[in-house]
Structures are given as structure tokens and as C-alpha cells.
Design a protein around this ligand. Structure first.
Ligand code: HEM
Length: 138
């Protein structure tokens, strides 16, 4: 039973509490027996019922114990076909990569503003100082 091949549409029809399949890393798990015991609540599992739950599962940072439980729920593997949604976890790295340069650009901008602002403030201070010195002499 654990080496059955499922298509994405096979899995998608099993999305109820009594009949709950989830896909994690292209493997298919039957979470029906575990849904009531899930420490994270049944709601989150039902939300991903019949779908690819890889990202949701990995985002939580589940423990090794959770992964052992998961291994016990294995019923088969996912056979991807043309037109199926892409594995959800593969979209993540690109999203974080594009974030990097943006954040760095903003950081440099802020430094530039502080530097120019500081230089202007210093010039104004010097100017006022020179002015008050010359008025004392008069
Ligand atoms: C069949 C798949 C899953 C299994 C076997 C599983 C198992 C577990 C286990 C054993 C824990 C306790 C903490 C730990 O050992 O890491 C846990 C916690 C948690 N799980 Fe899952 N989980 C599954 C899927 C999911 C999914 C898809 C989500 C979606 C967001 C999720 C969300 C959470 C959350 C939020 C907690 C933390 C609960 C807390 O600490 O209050 N889990 N899960």
C-alpha cells in the first residue's frame, strides 16, 4: 500500500477529515488517523487536505518526532503530470533571493541620507559659529 502511485487529481478528492491525504515532498500521506491528535490542531491539516502541504509543514519547523509520525502515515508517492501545480517548496528560495538586494539598497540609501544630513548640519553649525564670532568682534 505504501508504494501506490497517486496523481494530483487522485489526491485532491481526499480532503475530508475521515479521508485526508496530504502531499509532502512528493510523497502521499494519509493524515485521517492523526488529524485529531495533531498538536497544531485539526484545522491546519484540513486546510491542506488533498493538496501539497510541503511548504506549510516545513515552515513550522516540525521535529524529528513529527517526521517519524509522518513516515508512519505514508501511503504512496505522487506522480506529477503536465499541468499539475509545481512543488510548493521550490518557489521559496527565489522569493528570499530577490529580497536581499532590495534590503541592501535601502540600507545604502539610509546611510547616504544620514551622511549628507550630518554634513549639512555641520556646515550650518560652522556658519553660525563664524557669524557669532564676527558679531562679537564688532
Ligand atoms: C501529516 C502531517 C503532519 C504531522 C505528522 C504533524 C505533526 C506534528 C507534531 C508531532 C507536532 C508537535 C511539535 C513537533 O514535534 O514538531 C506538530 C506541531 C505543529 N504542527 Fe504539525 N504535523 C503535520 C502537518 C502540519 C501542517 C500541514 C501544518 C500547517 C501549518 C502544521 C502545523 C503545526 C503547528 C502550527 C504546530 C505547533 C503547535 C504548537 O506548538 O502549539 N502541521 N505537528
Amino acid at each position: 500500500m505504501a508504494d501506490k502511485d497517486y496523481t494530483y487529481s487522485d489526491v485532491s478528492s481526499h480532503n475530508t477529515k475521515k479521508d485526508l491525504l496530504v502531499v509532502i515532498h512528493d510523497k502521499v500521506y494519509n493524515a485521517s488517523s492523526f488529524v485529531d491528535e495533531h498538536p497544531g490542531g485539526e484545522e491546519v491539516l484540513l486546510d491542506v487536505g488533498g493538496q501539497d502541504a510541503t511548504e506549510a509543514f516545513e515552515d513550522v519547523g516540525h521535529s524529528d518526532e513529527a517526521r517519524e509520525i509522518l513516515a508512519g502515515l505514508l501511503v504512496g508517492k505522487l506522480k506529477r503530470e503536465d499541468g499539475d501545480p509545481a512543488p510548493s517548496s521550490s518557489a521559496q528560495p527565489t522569493a528570499t533571493q530577490t529580497k536581499g538586494p532590495d534590503a541592501a539598497g535601502l540600507g545604502i540609501g539610509i546611510y547616504a541620507i544620514i551622511l549628507v544630513g550630518g554634513a549639512l548640519a555641520f556646515a550650518a553649525y560652522k556658519h553660525l559659529q563664524a557669524k557669532s564670532e564676527s558679531s562679537v568682534k564688532l
